[in-house]
Structures are given as C-alpha cells and as structure tokens.
Design a binder for this molecule. Structure first.
Ligand SMILES: [Mn+2]
Length: 289
C-alpha cells in the first residue's frame, strides 16, 4: 500500500523526492506498549488524508513519495539499531528526503548512527515531552529514555522543544552543559518571533535532523502514546515552528515516533499521518518557487 493512497506513478522509488520508512520496532518501552503497530496505523490512516495542502496550496505528493518497510528484527537490541541505521543510510544516500515512522524512540539512535557515517555538521532538533537524556535506562544504554544523550554524543549540536518531564540526572546534565531547551510551559508564553530568535541562537548548522516524538503534542491532538504527559503543544503552534525550521534550514530527514497503533481514538493515527504530509509540504515548498 502506498502512503496517502497515492497513484502508483507518484509512489515509484526511482525519482521520488521523499521516502517514508516504516520501522515497526518495539523493544525497550517502559509504560504503554503498542508502538510497533504505529507505522501500519499511520499508513492506513494516511489513505484518508487530503492530498492537497490548503495552507501551502499544492499537493506535496506530486514530487514523489515512495515507501519502504524495515522488518525482521531480532532479540538483539544493538544489532537491530545497527540494522535500522544501515537501512536508513541506504535510502538517505539516494538523495531523498527521509521520513522514518516508528516504532519506539530508540530507533532514532540507530538512524543517527547511520547518518553519522556520512554527515557531521547536522543539528538534531527534538520535539518531545521528555528530555530523554538519561545516561542509562534499563535494559540498555540505547533505550528510548537515553535517545538524546546518545544523539548528543554523536552530534554535538542537539536541542529540544516541548519538554515537560525529566529525571534528576537529566536535569543536572542540562544545567551542567547549558543544554538548549524550549520547555512546553515557556512555549505557551512565547511569541513566534521569540521562538525563532531563540532557535537562531542555538541551531549551529545549516543541516537539520528532526526527531519528533508525538507525545510532544497535547492529548487533544495525539493521546495514544507510550508515556503521555499533560500540557503539550497545540497543532498550529507546532506547525508554525516546523514551517519556520523547514524554511530557514536544510532539513535532511525526520523521524516520527512513539505513536501507539490502536484503532481508537482514530484521530491519533490520522493526525500523525497529516503531520507527515505537512512536513513533506514544508520540505517541498522550495520546489514550488
Ligand atoms: Mn517522549
């Protein structure tokens, strides 16, 4: 099945400007399970997403959106992440804009391990309710709660938006390293201009990778997520920030993780699929001019 149920000619791998990678991986989840079913829920919901973007006034899929699966995982978490990174790199090297759909957040470690092999100066922007900056969280140094700690070891310029939960070790790491964060509570009070000024101060590279944990959203947008927290970002505020980032920087890849693939409420998978179409539109907007 093609994403957004697009016509076959727009879904061909060859020539497609974007490739969506489904990564139905769940291994280290600590609270609510089911994010291995996230990618198929998003794929099915995407068939109901309108192809035309009313804000951007074009259909993003005309630039080609191919779709591949990464499956057949083993019991070995580190080996699985390595495999995910290898698959990502294969598609990234083809020059396409990559959208990886998880799966639990630990897949980002694998994806960045792949990216690291070919890119150095990339800023990693995390949208998330949780800091994910633990040095270790059972059962692994590469668990979902350690994602950004591992990311910051690979890419020195990492930052976070929408954070509203963390452990004490993360808090002291943030303090010690002057780690750049826009907390959810601050985003509620900041103007778009203030957010943009902050981002231009802390983003140090032209190339950007976005890791988007859907739990950054308020539960009115997405509630089916592994570790929900109240007080998340709204739909429009999130889109305005994303649009700005896509416009100002060269976003080379994104991942969208932690959606639980249950049928109800259906809005969660639909809104996640729509988020992906929005980001594809922001990415392709430059082709329109
Ligand atoms: Mn999270």
């Amino acid at each position: 099945m093609h994403f957004f149920n697009i016509n076959k000619k727009y879904a061909q791998y060859k020539g497609s400007k974007a490739c969506i990678i489904s990564i139905p991986y769940e291994h280290t989840v600590s609270f609510m399970a089911g994010c291995d079913l996230g990618p198929s829920a998003v794929l099915h919901a995407s068939a109901n997403v309108e192809l035309y973007d009313e804000e951007l006034q074009f259909k993003p899929h005309i630039y080609g959106i191919s779709h591949v699966d990464v499956a057949d995982f083993s019991e070995d978490h580190d080996a699985n992440l390595k495999y995910i990174g290898k698959e990502f790199l294969k598609h990234y090297k083809s020059g396409k804009f990559i959208v990886s759909v998880g799966g639990e957040h630990s897949i980002t470690i694998g994806l960045l391990e792949g990216l690291k092999q070919v890119e150095e100066d990339v800023s990693i922007i995390q949208f998330d309710a949780h800091a994910d900056l633990r040095s270790f969280y059972p059962p692994s140094k590469k668990s979902h709660a350690c994602v950004m700690r591992r990311a910051s070891e690979m890419f020195p310029n990492t930052l976070a938006l929408g954070i509203r939960s963390m452990g004490e070790d993360a808090a002291s790491y943030i303090k010690k390293n002057d780690y750049p964060i826009l907390y959810a509570k601050d985003l509620f009070e900041m103007s778009d201009k203030e957010v943009q000024e902050y981002l231009s101060k802390v983003i140090r590279n032209k190339k950007v990778y976005i890791t988007f944990d859907v739990d950054v959203f308020d539960a009115s947008v997405v509630s089916l997520t592994g570790t929900p927290e109240p007080g998340g970002l709204g739909w429009y505020q999130t889109l305005r920030i994303l649009k700005h980032i896509f416009k100002k920087y060269d976003v080379i890849a994104v991942d969208v993780v932690e959606l639980i693939g249950r049928e109800s409420p259906t809005k969660c998978a639909f809104n996640t699929a729509l988020l992906i179409r929005k980001m594809l539109g922001y990415k392709f907007l430059s082709f329109q001019n």
